[in-house]
Ligand binder design. Structure first.
Ligand code: GTB
Length: 218
C-alpha cells in the first residue's frame, strides 16, 4: 500500500530539515519504506479536505490505505511498530525506547518550542528582553539533565531507536540558537543522527522538494 505524507509546499526554512515532516521521512527511510509526498500550501492546510486529515490544520499527516494519522509521535510510533529497525524486540527495551519518544516530545520539546516562539513571535515585544533569559534557562535545565544522562553513550538506550530519532529531531530545532553547542555530547549525538544515511536521504528529499533541485543522493 502506498504511504503518502503531507509536507509544506514551501517550508519557511527552505527545506533545511526543521519542519516536522523530516522526522517522518527519516523514520520511513530507516525502515526502508517508500513514500510519496503531497505538498500543501498554508491556505490548503486550513481547508476542509486537509482538516479532515489533521484537525489542527498542520503538517505532516500520514495516509496508508484507509488509515490516516496526524501527530509525528503517533506516526513515527506507527512506522516503528509495523517495520523492523526502530524499536528493539525485547519488551522492556522496547518500552524504554517509547519512554524516550515521549520524553523527547513531552519534556524536551516544549521548552525548545517556547524558546523558538519567544525569539520569532515575541522578539519585538517590549518585555521580550526580560523574558528571554528565563526561557533560555528552562531549555538549559532540560539539556543539562539530558546531557548528564547521555554521558558518553552513542544513543540514549543501547541501539539507535525511534526514541533517538525523535530526540535528535527535537534537538535540531535548537541549532540556529547556538545553545546545542554548549553541550558537546549532545552536539555530537545530534551529529551522529544527521550522519545516518536514512537521515541524509530524508533531508535531501525535503530540500529537493523545496528547491526543485535534485541533490547528491538522488
Ligand atoms: N505536534 C504536532 C506534530 O508533532 O505533528 C505539531 C505539528 C506542527 O507544528 N506542524 C507545523 C505546521 O503545520 C509544521 S512543523 N505549522 C503550520 C500551522 O500550524 O499553521 C513546525 C515548523 C515549521 C517551520 C519550521 N521552519 O521553517 O523552521 C520549523 C518547524
Amino acid at each position: 500500500m502506498t504511504i503518502t505524507i503531507t509536507a509544506f509546499e514551501r517550508s519557511p526554512d527552505g527545506g533545511m530539515g526543521l519542519a516536522r515532516d523530516t522526522r517522518v521521512r527519516w523514520a520511513l527511510e530507516e525502515v526502508g519504506q517508500p513514500y510519496e509526498v503531497r505538498p500543501v500550501s498554508f491556505r490548503a492546510m486550513k481547508e476542509p479536505a486537509h482538516l479532515a486529515l489533521h484537525p489542527f490544520g498542520q503538517i505532516p499527516t500520514y495516509e496508508e490505505g484507509d488509515l490516516a494519522l496526524f501527530e509525528t509521535g503517533a506516526i513515527v510510533f506507527h512506522i516503528a511498530e509495523r517495520h523492523a529497525g526502530l524499536l528493539p524486540d525485547a519488551a522492556n527495551a522496547r518500552a524504554r525506547a517509547m519512554s524516550w519518544m515521549f520524553a523527547a516530545l513531552n519534556t524536551v520539546e516544549p521548552p525548545i518550542l517556547e524558546l523558538v516562539n519567544a525569539k520569532i513571535l515575541e522578539g519585538d515585544k517590549p518585555w521580550s528582553a526580560e523574558r528571554l533569559p528565563l526561557v533560555q534557562d528552562r531549555v538549559r535545565g532540560r539539556l543539562n539533565q539530558l546531557s548528564a544522562r547521555l554521558g558518553n553513550a552513542e544513543w540514549l538506550d543501547g541501539a539507535f531507536s525511534a526514541g533517538d530519532l525523535i530526540m535528535v529531531s527535537v534537538l535540531l530545532r535548537l541549532r540556529p540558537s547556538g545553545t546545542l553547542n554548549e553541550y558537546s555530547n549532545l552536539a555530537a549525538y545530534v551529529a551522529r543522527g544527521e550522519a545516518r544515511p536514512a537521515y541524509k536521504r530524508a533531508f535531501d528529499a525535503q530540500l529537493a522538494q523545496n528547491t526543485g533541485k535534485p541533490t547528491a543522493s538522488q
